[in-house]
Design a protein around this ligand. Structure first.
Ligand code: FPP
Length: 250
């Protein structure tokens, strides 16, 4: 596969190819500000945000990112006005209904993380259908974080582990990092190598709290609807210059 954004020096290209982050996670922020700056209702910002998703998923597939996790709705987003929550849910439904065939054609696995039982039933049904249809695909695994909160996820894992200890299925000594990983919504997905947050904010906002222990962060002032494949390439190029030591030394 050719990566147009890398230079033609073959050695360098191979090296860069080898250093593509396996898992990119994105906090899709700035939809509201994007709309406001154009005198549009906030909803239009979210709609434009869906367009950005489409392009970024394609780019991840093209350059060989294996996992893409998108923060679409947090456990705290329920605090927004009901109309906005309802609109986000209907956008999600429309996205799944309209785009799953195309995503399937592009070899994408449509996954979700978060406590989806609290989403409207129609959304849950479409999410399950999308996953069933695409689960054997070999392209990028796109996980939509929906009603997702890092703390909520940890509580959920702790409860499950405690229940197993209580009924004798497990001993306390068996609890280690790998064990906890298995009880998270992200079980089976490697930790994010690169976390991107556009829109100028520089905080983690309850996203992948356990998993981000050694993630590299990349911020930009671009609002999510304007975030293009070129911005993803810039983030990856910057990531490729980082020296990841995971607490060790070189
Ligand atoms: C943050 O921007 C964005 C969200 C809370 C929702 C993200 C949703 C989408 C991109 C579209 C719907 C998703 C799918 C999967 C169909 P903000 O509204 O907080 O922006 P602001 O900080 O500028 O107000």
């Amino acid at each position: 596969m050719k990566f147009k954004f890398f230079n033609k020096n073959t050695d360098k290209e191979v090296k860069i190819k080898e250093n593509i982050p396996q898992h990119v996670a994105i906090i899709m922020d700035g939809n509201g500000r994007w709309a406001k700056s154009r005198n549009l209702p906030r909803f239009m910002g979210h709609k434009a945000g869906v367009e950005a998703i489409r392009n970024i998923v394609k780019e991840c597939n093209r350059i060989g990112v294996k996992y893409l996790t998108l923060y679409a709705f947090s456990t705290e987003n329920w605090k927004r006005p009901k109309e906005e929550v309802d609109l986000l849910m209907s956008l999600l439904l429309e996205y799944l209904k309209k785009e799953v065939d195309e995503l399937h054609k592009n070899n994408v696995v449509v996954n979700s993380i978060g406590n989806i039982e609290k989403l409207p039933e129609k959304c849950q049904i479409e999410l399950k259908k999308a996953y069933e249809k695409t689960k054997n695909n070999k392209g990028v695994v796109m996980s939509l974080a929906l009603n997702y909160g890092g703390r909520d996820e940890i509580i959920y894992a702790v409860k499950k582990i405690c229940a197993r200890v209580k009924n004798g299925q497990m001993s306390i000594d068996m609890i280690d990092e790998d064990m906890i990983d298995k009880f998270l919504f992200t079980a089976g997905i490697p930790d994010p190598d690169l976390i991107i947050r556009p829109s100028g904010e520089k905080r983690i906002s309850n996203f992948l709290l356990w998993q981000c222990a050694y993630s590299e962060f990349w911020y930009s002032n671009i609002n999510w609807p304007d975030f293009s494949p070129k911005d993803l390439q810039d983030a990856i190029k910057d990531y490729q210059k980082r020296d990841r030591r995971f607490g060790g030394i070189k």
